[in-house]
Design a protein. Sequence first.
Length: 125
Amino acid sequence: MQSKNQRFGQNNNVAKERAYVFALNIIKFIESTPENTTTQIINKQLLRSATSISANIVEAQASSSRNDFKNFLSHALKSANETKFWLCLLRDSKKSEIYKTNKLLDETNQLSNILGKSILTLKNK
């Protein structure tokens, strides 16, 4: 019997590691934003969505079926899209440093691409 890594590919280990490091970077980023009512509210949403990416990838790898695996990856992708929204909102409202925010947006886009490709691969099998 094949292991999950053989069935679903090594990209998921890469995605898991990158998403975890991304979550850590989001925590550091949030701690660097100015403390006011607006940023507190947005940062709570950002923290939830950004950490959900990694959590859903971990859940996917522990799933009991291909369908569950695909569903958890889909949730991770949705969380990545939500994370993009909150980062753009902070950037465009000038509540965060543009360089730091764009760097996180770039990583979010890359994670989204990895997740999207994995989901497409699963759908085609």
